[in-house]
Design a binder for this molecule. Sequence first.
Ligand SMILES: Cc1cc2nc3c(=O)[nH]c(=O)nc-3n(C[C@H](O)[C@H](O)[C@H](O)COP(=O)(O)O)c2cc1C
Length: 397
Amino acid sequence: MRSPINVDEFRTLARRRLPRRIFDYVDGGAEDERGLRRNRAAFERVAFLPQRLVDVSKRDMSTHLLGQTIAAPLLIAPTGMNSLVWPNGDIALARAARRAGIPFVMSTAANISLERLAGEAGGELWYQLYVLHRDLADSLVDRAARAGYRTLVATVDVTLNGKRERDLRNGFGLPLRFTPDACLDALAHPRWTYALLRNGGVPTLANIESSSSASIEARAALLRRQMDASFAWDDLIRLRDRWPHRLLVKGILRADDALRCLELGADGVIVSNHGARQLDDAAATLDVLPAVKAACAAGGALLLDSGIRRGSDVVKAIALGADAVLLGRATLYGLAVAGEAGASRVIEIVKDEIDRTLALLGCASLANVDARHLYPIEPIPLRGSGQRASNAAAPSA
Ligand SMILES: Cc1cc2nc3c(=O)[nH]c(=O)nc-3n(C[C@H](O)[C@H](O)[C@H](O)COP(=O)(O)O)c2cc1C
């Protein structure tokens, strides 16, 4: 295949390069994967209403976010086990982000230590927190602050892991087990297997396994690899008190939750359904964005992810009130194909599509894009069933 020209073509190549169970871990969603389709459908339902005769000869997509200017309204989302996709995947992604002038969010389930990433990658680094156990979480938060991270992202949509049926079918889990099928799969992907073996074998959860938190319960939580499902508002307040820098809450879909996060002192929220990997029928993020935006009118950063594959998706999210978006699988497909260079290429492609969309929309700057540039398409009547979707124009009886 020639070099990929869009995210979907990177996905096709990633599917070829990765063993099936690794590709499925990256690509898959929960249960019937309706959420994956719903995330995309939400973007597809919205069309543009371009403005004409506007001077768009100079265009600007730089973005103000939490007191800083970033080159584009993009971040690389936190994703765990990136070294299964490419050797030292966390460093490769962080470097691609730095090159593009955008933040990289390091996952709690990263494969290198957060101190090493800060030392080797540079750039604007954020740290994402999963609370497996309170002591463990406290020690990670303190380490992140000491290592120079200045934005913490608390992920709150994983009270337990979603039912990802591709992973169940493939026997994918941690620790990675090499069943006969998995060995055959690895042999069929020699480049990936060679790279894994050359770089220390199966990656570990470097931060939590090396954590100094020695309590018996913390070790037990780690072994179970399950979240602390009792984490609630009081704990968020505690976290706010402990972390002295910027705090965002990721996994918010409701306006009331968003408002409460801000009232408790969070600096912003990330509207996310975890890329449809948790609750299959959770609402699509673009659909709930206007309500969350209205709740956050008084302030606070508003970010969005789940389903972004095109620059035009980014512009639609900005038009509906997001300050910036996170790329999850898009940059992982790039990483799978060519490491840092592949992730960089994906970001360039998305940036180029944002720029093109702005020009064709008649907007010189992203700051000028708003809902007046959108034209919502009504749901299409179900063919042959004689039924119409409820809000399609139907003659009254
Ligand atoms: C392979 C993979 C691993 C992920 N790991 C994490 C994680 O460790 N922490 C987290 O907050 N979100 C995690 N996510 C969710 C992403 O941060 C993000 O919300 C999601 O990928 C966005 O959807 P998209 O992939 O459609 O862009 C993961 C997503 C994927 C695909």
